[in-house]
Design a protein around this ligand. Sequence first.
Ligand code: ATP
Ligand code: CA
Ligand code: CA
Length: 428
Amino acid sequence: RVVVGTKVDQHHVNWVTAYNMLTGIRFVVSRTNAKLDRDLTEADFGAKHKFSFDITGNELTPSAKYDFKFKDYAPWVFRHLRASFGLDPADYLVSLTSKYILSELGSPGKSGSFFYFSRDYKYIIKTIHHAEHKFLRKVLRDYYDHVTQNPNTLLSQFYGLHRVKMPLGRKIHFVVMNNLFPPNRDIHRTFDLKGSTLGRDFKEEDLEKNPRATLKDLNWLRRNLHLEFGPTKKEAFVVQMQKDVALLQRLNIMDYSLLVGIHDLERGNEENLRDKTLSVFQPGGAVGTEPEMGALTRTPSKMEASKRAKELREMVKKERPKPIGQDLDQMADVRKGQYFYADDGGFCATHEDNRAGEEIYYLGIIDCLTRYGFAKKVEHMWKGWGGKASQISPIPPQRYGDRFVRFISGVTKSRERAEQEKLSTSLE
Ligand code: ATP
Ligand code: CA
Ligand code: CA
């Protein structure tokens, strides 16, 4: 995982795209937020609105730096979704638009999607394929019903669905969603787990070159790792995962994974301090210097920079982990939808007796817009000759989900329980 990513400034190849995405979001979100809240109607789920931006502006849209077209999908549904995920409308706008700075994670997956983090690292913009876009619109009602009935869902939280098109350019569809990882804590290890073994190995030799790489199922098994939850948390976690996966199965979705970020409380945040301080000194001064629009390439003066670095060090000192999770009864109200994100944005490990453990897990089910469609079926048939069927990744959604749940629940156990099981198998 890259903490800061590549800063998207005026010299970045995707600057205009990113700028237009944010300008469009600012416009459509404020437009919807300005209206009095109301109940959703059936038509809201299929709604789409198209806007043209240009340098002069018109009666509908304000002037913008570049010419582009912007399409907003189901704005009322997403307004309600943001509210049900507990987002503050003003904060959302500030995070995504106030300073026009994103960082780009390039294209970490094989799909060709691009990822952009909002400046404060709370949100991710992911570009998606047209097929994924069409599919999300098709299942939006089911998704909406599910997340409103399951406030503690582990599924990706979608906050907006939009499309941007530059003159001469192609149409770019994108979603805004939650960043599972916190801005203020180091993630010492990241895993992307599917419950499959085929091709699910990150070359251990490459870890030296890329210590923050996202590891996979085989790396997890090789390290004999567990999601260390005592019985109370395990039960809550597995039950919610089953409900979420049941929806994905019903909607014929596959290829999703459980993204797991592990923060080791003992190691704390030392590395994060370094990263943040470094980024302040980046030429262009984008991170942490609060430049205004049009002043993005400003380099902070030496004095400003050292003052800011000192502030940051103080800030990080104050952010030293507090003792958390000692008392499960004090956990955030389960109904408020913060159960799995209650421990400083994550879910603290527990021992068999519910005492707080040594790690914080940042967890969620991601990449859940791949429908088991024609392409996957072909791949399945093709790969089906030869390999062992159960190890093939593109298997039908029902089996994919069952295998996913089996794998994840199987590796969810407290340290004590894992030891005990090891002992009893060695005695057999
Ligand atoms: P592919 O289809 O090849 O798997 P993709 O482009 O659809 O790739 P994802 O699987 O959604 O990409 O995500 C790729 C990586 O990006 C993840 O393994 C994770 O490291 C990071 N990532 C994705 N979503 C999130 C999120 N919500 N929070 C934090 N990190 C994320
Ligand atoms: Ca994926
Ligand atoms: Ca994908």
